[in-house]
Design a protein around this ligand. Structure first.
Ligand SMILES: NC(=O)c1ccc[n+]([C@@H]2O[C@H](COP(=O)([O-])OP(=O)(O)OC[C@H]3O[C@@H](n4cnc5c(N)ncnc54)[C@H](O)[C@@H]3O)[C@@H](O)[C@H]2O)c1
Length: 333
């Protein structure tokens, strides 16, 4: 049984490396001395990767996780896989359900089988805290032992692949599921269809903002911290992470939508009248998440908070670093 961690100098395949979180993972891996290959079909374009072409330790394997040939060549000499490629989010999976099943279930399983065949040592899967659906106790927290209650095709497929991976039981394979909190903040491919970034953009640009279900809870985490968690799993001793699921985020970073709005208004106080709340008594997703496990087992803590992310987005748009945040490149449809 291989108990060695995958550390600097190792070859890491990042699927979905051209995406919002993936492009940050690639940057941190390169910075840390890893050799990185990205497998991506560039469905959102590839601008996020342009800067990495100068680095001799970076390689793009343009291809699709549904294509066996692409998988085999992308997995050549790979020590670890960080699997982020997916049809991402409830709206995209609702709109393209067949594609979502083909990529998020069949493609992911095919990738995993090919990785086992090629004796890849570590496999990190980007799952989601939305697997929890609605927390049973409205005053409590859910943790990794809580029942999963997916309420969308997106989450159903995430839970399905988690079960597949964690049920493999192969001694010489080391899969880990990371249940990411909702991401915010900058990246080489920022997304403005996610709550913190979207609300901040809209209020900064002086648009009206309608908030539905302002009282429901969700956890949030900066792209850079999510990316760091992936790398911490590669470096951790095998017994700590093999066949484990970890929530990725911070107990103090659970917010209701109205809390997010208040944080943005602290920065943009004259936008209060732009906000209207549309009350909803029911939301199938309402989860406040406990993150003790990743802190205790891996020593993970977040380096940034939602307030930092709001400041970052205000700066990026206000300074012209991002000229047109409405560009379709920034939105997952
Ligand atoms: N962003 C979040 O808030 C969040 C929260 C929880 C979990 N996650 C998970 O993290 C991962 C990354 O999310 P993101 O926000 O960076 O998404 P993203 O849409 O920005 O990136 C996804 C990347 O996957 C690529 N891709 C899609 N289908 C592919 C295929 N068939 N073959 C090869 N490449 C393909 C896309 O081209 C894109 O570059 C996803 O698995 C997502 O479900 C994200």
């Amino acid at each position: 049984m291989d108990i060695t961690a995958v550390d600097r100098g190792a070859n890491v395949l990042v699927t979905g490396g051209a995406g919002y979180i993936g492009a940050v993972v690639v940057g941190l891996l390169l910075q840390d001395g890893y050799r990185v290959r990205v497998l991506d079909n560039l469905s959102c374009g590839g601008n996020a990767l342009l800067t990495y072409f100068q680095n001799p330790h970076f390689e793009l394997a343009y291809g699709d996780i549904r294509n066996r040939k692409d998988l085999r060549s992308a997995l050549e000499n790979v020590d670890a896989v960080i699997h982020l490629a997916a049809v991402v989010g409830d709206p995209a999976c609702r709109k393209y359900p067949e594609l979502a099943v083909a990529v998020n279930k069949q493609g992911s399983e095919e990738l995993c089988r090919a990785a086992v065949e090629k004796q890849v040592r570590r496999f990190v899967f980007a799952s989601t805290c939305s697997n929890y659906g609605k927390m049973p106790d409205p005053d409590g927290y859910v943790d990794e032992t809580s029942p999963l209650n997916p309420v969308s095709l997106y989450a159903e497929l995430k839970v399905g692949f988690e079960n597949y991976l964690l049920g493999l039981g192969l001694d010489d394979f080391c899969p880990t599921c990371l249940r990411f909190a909702t991401a915010y903040g900058l990246s080489p491919r920022p997304r403005f269809d996610l709550t913190v970034n979207e609300f901040t953009r809209d209020l900064l640009l002086n648009r009206p903002l309608e908030i539905y279900g302002e009282q429901f809870w969700r956890p949030y985490c900066h792209t850079g911290d999510l990316a760091r968690a992936c790398i911490m799993v590669l470096k951790a001793p095998r017994p700590a992470v093999a066949y484990q699921a970890f929530n990725v985020g911070d107990n103090a970073e659970n917010y209701r939508k109205r809390d997010l709005v208040e944080l943005i208004l602290e920065r943009l106080p004259n936008r209060r009248e732009n906000v209207t709340y549309v009350h909803r008594d029911e939301d199938p997703r309402d989860y406040r998440v406990n993150f003790d496990k990743i802190s205790e087992v891996l020593g993970f803590s977040v380096s940034r908070t939602v307030a930092d992310g709001i400041a970052e987005i205000i700066f990026a748009i206000g300074s012209g670093l991002i000229r047109n945040p409405d560009d379709e490149y920034f939105i997952n449809r």
